[in-house]
Design a protein around this ligand. Sequence first.
Ligand code: ADP
Ligand code: MG
Length: 332
Amino acid sequence: PLLVNQIAAGEVIERPASVVKELVENSLDAGATRIDVTVDDGGRELIRIADDGNGIPADELPLALAAHATSKLHSAEQLAAIDTLGFRGEALASIASVSRMRITTRARDEQGQLAEAAATIEASGDQLSDPAPAAGAPGTTIEIRDLFFNTPARRKFLRTASTEFGHINELIQRLAMVHHAVAFSLTHNGRKSLDLSAERERARRCVAVLGKDLEEGLLAFEHVDTPERGGMQVWGLAGMPSLARATGKFQYLCVNGRPVRDRQLTHAVREAYRGLVPPDRHPVAVVFVHMDPAEVDVNVHPAKAEVRFRNPSAVHGLVLAAIRQRLLAADL
Ligand code: ADP
Ligand code: MG
């Protein structure tokens, strides 16, 4: 199924950052408390994700690399109420079909008992090695080398190392804001660019990502809708108008625990700052929205962080009001 896997990869694996996203989400699904991401040459040469999660039992390694094999779905009903982050058992198979992959993993069983040794397996194109015993810490390390080496047309579309790394950096920052209790690090060409310790409070993680120098200028806001109106919750940090930037990069939007991009939400933020920030500037803002999962589809496309709200204007109104009220209450 090499071609099938490569086609699947074409749909979701656009660039190194897409690989990082799939692997980090797998680490999160595996209950990792620490995730270390290392990339060389913007991820074109090497992507390595090391986690301290549950690991993969040696005898399940070949299965984990088979297309449509997932350990996370056990029924069709679960497909509808999907709460893990994977995209239905395709990621590892797709990535391996267009790269050289090595997995080293040491599993813990349900009783917390650690496997005697780690196991390693290599996969590339349609080649798959037998699992072999190896040395390795508890958890899983996945290394991807030479992404798209066998699909030259796609390799050609990769941008410069610094552009590709920029995408990876932004992705890790967004995921780190949502998963504040997990420690993250990011290293590029041997230089550590992010080093985030586990935090008990989300606000602290958000400040760590945004930069300590912004801390003074961030206003926390919160609003909870009445149960009759759906019980939607909004929490976030609104930057003082003076912090507004030339780019929208400092806006972090999350819905039900996932980083998203959404025009409604972006627009709500812009409206909240109307008259306070010139139209060509972008406020610094972190917005977390929580709502009934039936009210939102965050699975519109596995690779794109888009959402579809059942009632977009209600979400828009709530976010706008929550931020606006906070700004007006502050002594600006
Ligand atoms: P999915 O995430 O949709 O299940 P993937 O192809 O991403 O599909 O992963 C296949 C399987 O490999 C997962 O279901 C999981 O059992 C295992 N797996 C992948 N990465 C990890 C990891 N970092 N730790 C533990 N298990 C993992
Ligand atoms: Mg997955």
